[in-house]
Ligand binder design. Structure first.
Ligand code: PMT
Length: 406
């Protein structure tokens, strides 16, 4: 699901040094399929030219409320079409004018006229940012429904280090996607596991698997975009999607502890992690040396985290993945039943295009009610959304079925 595809995004650019980053933002929004209409304040044009941003979006940049050849005020026309309104960077001055409800230029007038999700990414000197005047204005705007994409800590133009740098563009984009996504996971707490666990043998060696964590991280991102509060218990080194709370683990034992601690407080668990099935019976404290002979390992089974969740669940929906190289559906169905799951995502990991490490995956979704959906090879983010769709359908079906029984 590309939530920005074919959407009319109005990007307001105000006058701070971070205005130059609006160029990349225009490009990235365009890559996600959005049509971008830029409005620049007068001061923004001193940092970057309208020609630059207009060339990147393919649309003339608007700077004035009225133009001699267009007697209609632009702010009403632009506001009527806008499906997302984003100001990045937003200076302290623009934030103050928005909070005061002023309409003294095209940007602030349009901000008052839009009827769509509104986002604001502040960027300024750290002292300015923490000034109570700015903070109170932001709090007021947030109460009025603006989503604030907080700036980041780091070196600022002044040479000082502090909070005030424009948020990373990936983060701004993630918030844009979340603003346009369906809100079907709002109010839900989702726990996702990702990556391949590692079972240490000695300080330099471990037993692991090829899981990169891409599938689990995509699920966490998709659930957050759809409004969920997401915790990701991950054994992967991949960057954590924005908005998602991450808990890093290494071994199956650590994953079990972190998952079980959180399980009573979540509504949905999706276990995309490839958990090691065996662990060495002992870990050597020093590096094991080659002595010319064999090294025989004794492995003991790890606890089956998912099966324990399936046994202990009450209201939660528990979803497992099944990585299979043969008899995919039969083996997945067996896991669904034996582990007491609500849903299993059968994953053909023998195919070279999908499965471990790939950006794509080919799965069949199966529920305990007998619903089955075979998906084609898709990017992992799309697989993630399909899994989330199936979970919502399952929970709606169950609440309907229970109402029928009453
Ligand atoms: O990470 P990527 O590179 O993106 O690859 C994605 C993936 C192929 C790892 C993922 O899509 C996938 O299939 N994950 C499940 C891998 C797996 O361990 O499958 P399994 O059939 O061995 O286990 C079945 C289920 O039991 C899984 O949900 C697993 O998390 C869980 N399990 C397994 C063993 C164990 N000790 N505890 C568990 O909870």
């Amino acid at each position: 699901m590309r939530f920005l595809e074919d959407k009319e995004v109005v990007l307001g650019v105000s006058g701070g040094i971070a205005a130059y980053r609006a160029a990349d933002l225009c490009r990235l929004l365009g890559q996600e399929g959005a049509r971008v209409q830029v409005i620049m304040t007068q001061k923004a044009q001193e940092f970057i030219t309208p020609l630059t941003l207009g060339s990147l979006t393919g649309q003339p940049v608007l700077t004035e409320m009225f133009q001699p050849l267009n007697p209609r005020p632009y702010h009403i026309d632009v506001a009527r079409k806008a499906q997302l309104f984003l100001i990045a960077p937003a200076t302290a001055n623009v934030i103050a004018r928005l909070a005061a409800g002023m309409a003294d230029d095209l940007l602030t007038a349009t901000a008052l006229a839009v009827d769509c999700p509104r986002l604001l990414a502040p960027a300024m000197n750290a002292n300015m940012y923490k000034n109570p005047a700015v903070q109170e204005n932001l709090a007021l705007l947030s109460r009025r429904g603006w989503v604030i994409v907080e700036p980041e800590e780091g070196p600022l133009l002044s040479g000082a280090v502090g909070k005030g740098r424009l948020a990373r563009l990936e983060k701004i984009l993630a918030y844009c996607r979340r603003s346009l996504a369906p809100k079907d996971y709002e109010g839900l707490k989702v726990l996702v596991t990702a990556g391949g666990t590692r079972e240490p043998l000695d300080p330099v060696r471990y037993i692991g698997n090829y899981s990169s964590g891409k599938m689990g991280h995509a699920l966490a991102q998709a659930a957050w975009e759809r409004g969920a509060q997401v915790t990701l218990v991950t054994a992967s080194q991949l960057p954590v999607p924005y908005g998602v709370e991450a808990v890093w683990v290494e071994t199956a034992g650590e994953m079990k502890r972190e998952v079980e601690e959180r399980f009573p407080h979540v509504h949905i668990v999706i276990k995309a992690a490839a958990v090691g099935d065996f662990t060495p019976d002992s870990v050597h404290s020093q590096k094991i040396k080659r002595k010319g002979g064999e090294w025989n390992l004794r492995l003991v089974p790890t606890p089956d985290i998912l099966a324990a969740l399936g046994r202990n669940k009450s209201y939660q929906i528990v979803v497992g993945f099944a990585a299979e190289t043969e008899n995919m559906v039969e083996n997945a169905l067996k896991k669904l039943r034996e582990k007491g799951l609500d849903m299993i995502v059968a994953n053909d990991v023998s195919s070279p295009e999908g499965g471990f490490g790939s950006d794509y995956n080919k799965v069949t979704i199966i529920t305990s009610e007998g619903y089955r959906e075979e998906l084609p090879l898709l990017p992992k983010l799309e697989v993630a959304h399909a899994v989330l769709n199936a979970i919502i359908t399952l929970s709606r079906f169950r609440s309907l079925a229970s109402r029928k029984e009453e």
